[in-house]
Design a protein around this ligand. Structure first.
Ligand code: GLA
Ligand code: ZN
Length: 675
C-alpha cells in the first residue's frame, strides 16, 4: 500500500514566506512573482508568536487573517506553522522559567530563538494554547495541507524545572532508587543516591569534563533520552491541540539534518504524521553524505515519503563562507531529495528579509525584487518541470534488500565512552558502509535496533556497541533463517544501561559471530596495521580487535605487531546464514571489495549500473517503476538504461540497453511498468 504525504496532485513547491516582515502593499507583487515561478505552497507563520500574542491575555490574528486570505485568493496551499520556536520577550520577562539554562549553568536572558525550556509549565501552557487557537481559527481553510509545529526543535536545558522533571522521568523508568543505583553503577566513585532529590542533571557543573566527556555515561545517556523525550512531549502537546480541530490535516515538525545527535529522530518519527526535514549541505559535502541524510529521514518515517521542508535556492548565511549553489545544483539536489522519497520541494526562504541575520540568506525573491535573477530563473524552470511531472511519483516508495542499523542511543553511548579512542565517530563508521553500497546503487533502508529484520537479505550494524534488549535475538533469528549479518569492532559490549555484558566480547553477539574478542588495541592516527583480503593488502587502523575463533573462519589476518597472524575479518556460518565480523577500521577500497563480494554472493542487485558520478535510486508504486539518474559530476556521462522506458523530464523514449546521455548536473526520471 502506498500513500501520499500531502493531499496535492503534484509535488508541492514553495517554502517559508514571511509577509509579516513586509508592508502589505508588497504582498500582491510577491504573489505575482511566486506564481510566475510555479510556486504553489507557502509555509506561513513560523516566527510570529510575539505579534500573535502581544500580552499574556491578548491575542491578535488580524495580520495572519489577511495573510491566510492572500494565500487562499491566490490558490496557494498552506503549510501552517504554530510559531512556538521563539517565545515573546514579555513572557521571558514575566516568567523567567521559560528561559533555558545552558550546559555551563548560565541562565539565558531573552534573545535569539529555540530558547524555551521544554519542561517549563508556562512554555507548555502557552505554546499549546497558541497552537489550539490557530487550529480553531483557521480550520475553515481547505488549503491547509499540513501543520508545521514549532521549528527545528533541539538543544538542551539544565534548569531547575528540567532537573525536577528528570527525577520524575527516572522514577518512571526505574521505579526504585535501588534499581537506579544498580543501572547507574553508583558504587563507582561513591555516587549512591538515597533520595531522588539528590539527583542532579549531568552538566559541566556535575559529571562532565566537556560536552562529550562524562564521568557517568549512563547518567549522561539518560539525560539525552530524557531531553529528547521532554522536547518530543512539547511537540505532542501541540500535535494534540491542532488535532482537536483539524483531525485530518497531517502534522509534522521540520527536523534538522538526518545526523542531528540531540534528538532521537527514530523515536520522534513514531509520533509525527510524516517526516519533514531541512537540507543544508555545503558545496564541499559529498552527494553520498546528503543521500545518507535523506535515507535516515526516510527511515525515521518508516520508509514512507517525506517532505523536503527547507533548502536554500542559492546560499546560506550561517556557514563561515557561504558559497552559491552552482547553476543546476539546486535542481539536482531537489531531485535527489525526490529520488530518495520526498514528495515536496520547499525552500527557505521565498523572500529575503531586509534586516537581521538572514538578510543574506538565499531566497527566491532577492533584494532586487524582480524576476531577473539567475536564481529566480532556475527556481522557475524547476517549478515548470514539477508542474509537468504532475502526480507521477507521489506516494511511491523504495524497496531495499539491505538494511543499515543506525541507532541514536547507541550513538550517544559510543561517543560518551571513555576509551578506547576519541577518533571513533559513529557516523563515520556508518558512512564507510553506506558509501560502499551507495556507489553500487544498492538501495538501503536505515533502521533502528528495534526494527524487524525479516524482509532483508543483508543487515549491517557498524559499531553495535549498545545491544538493547531483543536486538541480539532478532539478529540470531535473521541469520538462522538465512540472512547475512555484518558487524564490526566495538560491538556487543554493553546493554541498554551502558553496563558491560560480562563473559567476553562481543557479549550477546558472541555465539552468532563465533568469535571471542580478548583485547582491543587503539592506534594513533599516524600508525596502522594491515591485512590481506581477496589478494590485496588493506590498512587496519584506529581500533584493532585481537580475537579468537570460536567456530568462525578467518578471512584475513593482521600482518604486523604482536598480534600478527591473528584474525581480523571473520565469517561464521550460523543456521542457514552468515555472520561477518570486521575487527578493525579499514579503507574505502576494502569496504567496496567486501560489499562487492557479499552483494554478489547474496544476489543483491543495484537498481542500475552507472558511472561513479551518477547516482541511481528507484521509487515504486504498484507496477510503476521510477528510476532516478542524477549526474553529480562536472561532465556529461552515459548510462545504459536497464529497461525500455520514458524519461519523464525530457519525454524521450528509450529502448532496453540504449545509451542515455546525462549532462553535467543532469537528471533523468525513467518510468516503466513492471510486467
Ligand atoms: C533553519 C531554520 C530556518 C532558517 C534556516 C536558514 O533551517 O529552520 O528558519 O533559519 O535554517 O538556513
Ligand atoms: Zn529547563
Amino acid at each position: 500500500m502506498w500513500e501520499k504525504v500531502w493531499n496535492t496532485d503534484k509535488i508541492a513547491y514553495g517554502g517559508d514566506y514571511n509577509p509579516e516582515q513586509w508592508p502589505e502593499e508588497t504582498w500582491e507583487e510577491d504573489m505575482r512573482l511566486l506564481k510566475l515561478a510555479h510556486i504553489d505552497t507557502l509555509t506561513l507563520n513560523v516566527f510570529s508568536w510575539a505579534s500573535l500574542q502581544p500580552a499574556e491575555d491578548e491575542y491578535r490574528f488580524d495580520k495572519l487573517d489577511k495573510i491566510m486570505e492572500l494565500a487562499e485568493n491566490h490558490n496557494m496551499n498552506v503549510c501552517l506553522a504554530t510559531s512556538t520556536a521563539a517565545h515573546p520577550a514579555w513572557m521571558a520577562k514575566k516568567y523567567p522559567e521559560v528561559l533555558r539554562t545552558d550546559f555551563n549553568g548560565i541562565k539565558r536572558k531573552f534573545g535569539a530563538r529555540h530558547n524555551s525550556c521544554p519542561n517549563s509549565p508556562v512554555y507548555r501552557k502557552y505554546s499549546t494554547r497558541l497552537a489550539e487557537k490557530l487550529a480553531e481559527r483557521y480550520q475553515k481553510y481547505s488549503n491547509i495541507i499540513g501543520w508545521h509545529i514549532s521549528n527545528e526543535y533541539g538543544g538542551e536545558c539544565y534548569c531547575e524545572n528540567c532537573e525536577k522533571a528528570f527525577r520524575v522521568w527516572l522514577k518512571e523508568r526505574y521505579g526504585t532508587l535501588d534499581e537506579l543505583n544498580r543501572v547507574w553503577n553508583t558504587a563507582f566513585w561513591g555516587h549512591t543516591f538515597y533520595d531522588w532529590d539528590e539527583i542532579v542533571l549531568p552538566d559541566h557543573r556535575t559529571e562532565h569534563f566537556t560536552e562529550n566527556k562524562t564521568v557517568a555515561q549512563t547518567i549522561s545517556i539518560d539525560y539525552r533520552r530524557f531531553n529528547s523525550d521532554s522536547i518530543l512531549y512539547c511537540f505532542q502537546l501541540e500535535y494534540e491541540a491542532v488535532k482537536k480541530y483539524t483531525p485530518d490535516i497531517p502534522v509534522t515538525t521540520n527536523l534538522m539534518e538526518g545526523t542531528y545527535k540531540a534528538l532521537d529522530y527514530r523515536k520522534w518519527g513514531k509520533y509525527m504524521d510524516f517526516i519533514s526535514w531541512d537540507n543544508y549541505p555545503s558545496n564541499s559535502d559529498s552527494f553520498r553524505r546528503i543521500a545518507l541524510n535523506h535515507e535516515l529521514m526516510r527511515g525515521a518515517g518508516n520508509g514512507k515519503p517525506f517532505v523536503l521542508m527547507e533548502q536554500t535556492p542559492s546560499s546560506q548565511n550561517w556557514q563561515p563562507v557561504n558559497s552559491l549553489k552552482r547553476p543546476g545544483v539546486m535542481r539536482l539536489w531537489s531531485y535527489q531529495a525526490v529520488a530518495h522519497g520526498a514528495d515536496a520541494v520547499l525552500f527557505f526562504q521565498l523572500k529575503r528579509s531586509i534586516g537581521s541575520c538572514e538578510k543574506y540568506h538565499g531566497a527566491v525573491i532577492d533584494h532586487v525584487g524582480n524576476e531577473n535573477t539567475r536564481v529566480f530563473r532556475e527556481v522557475t524552470e524547476l517549478g515548470a518541470e514539477l508542474e509537468t511531472l504532475g502526480g507521477e511519483i507521489l506516494g511511491s516508495t523504495q524497496k531495499a534488500q539491505t538494511a543499515l542499523m543506525f541507532d541514536w542511543e547507541n550513538w550517544w553511548a559510543v561517543e560518551y565512552s571513555a576509551g578506547p579512542s576519541v577518533d571513533l565517530k559513529y557516523t563515520d563508521e556508518i558512512m564507510n558502509y553506506y558509501k560502499a553500497l551507495h556507489r553500487r546503487n544498492i538501495p538501503v533502508d536505515l533502521i533502528g535496533e528495534e526494527s524487524d529484520l525479516s524482509g532483508y537479505k543483508l543487515v549491517i550494524a557498524p559499531v553495535l556497541y549498545m545491544t538493547k534488549p531483543g536486538v541480539d535475538e532478532r539478529i540470531r533469528e535473521f541469520v538462522r533463517n538465512g540472512g547475512t549479518f555484518i558487524t564490526t569492532f566495538f560491538s556487543g559490549y554493553v546493554d541498554e544501561n551502558d553496563l558491560v555484558i560480562i563473559g567476553g566480547y562481543p557479549g550477546r553477539l558472541r555465539e552468532i559471530l563465533g568469535i571471542w574478542v580478548e583485547e582491543i588495541d587503539a592506534l594513533p592516527k599516524d600508525s596502522s596495521n594491515s591485512f590481506r583480503y581477496g589478494g590485496k593488502t588493506y590498512s587496519a587502523g584506529m581500533l584493532c580487535d585481537i580475537m579468537h575463533l570460536e567456530g568462525a573462519r578467518s578471512l584475513a589476518e593482521y600482518q604486523e605487531d604482536f598480534y600478527a597472524a591473528s584474525p581480523v575479518i571473520t565469517c561464521n556460518s550460523f543456521g542457514e546464514g552468515q555472520a561477518y565480523y570486521v575487527g578493525t577500521r579499514s579503507e574505502e577500497a576494502f569496504y567496496e571489495k567486501l560489499m562487492e563480494d557479499i552483494c554478489k554472493e547474496q544476489d543483491i542487485c543495484p537498481v542500475a549500473e552507472t558511472p561513479l558520478a551518477v547516482e541511481a535510486t528507484e521509487r515504486r508504486r504498484d507496477k510503476e517503476r521510477y528510476l532516478f539518474l542524477l549526474n553529480h559530476g562536472d561532465k556529461a556521462e552515459k548510462v545504459s538504461v536497464p529497461q525500455a522506458c520514458t524519461d519523464l523530464l525530457s519525454s524521450k523514449a528509450y529502448k532496453e540497453k540504449e545509451q542515455l546521455e546525462l549532462a553535467a548536473k543532469g537528471v533523468a526520471i525513467l518510468k516503466w511498468m513492471e510486467k
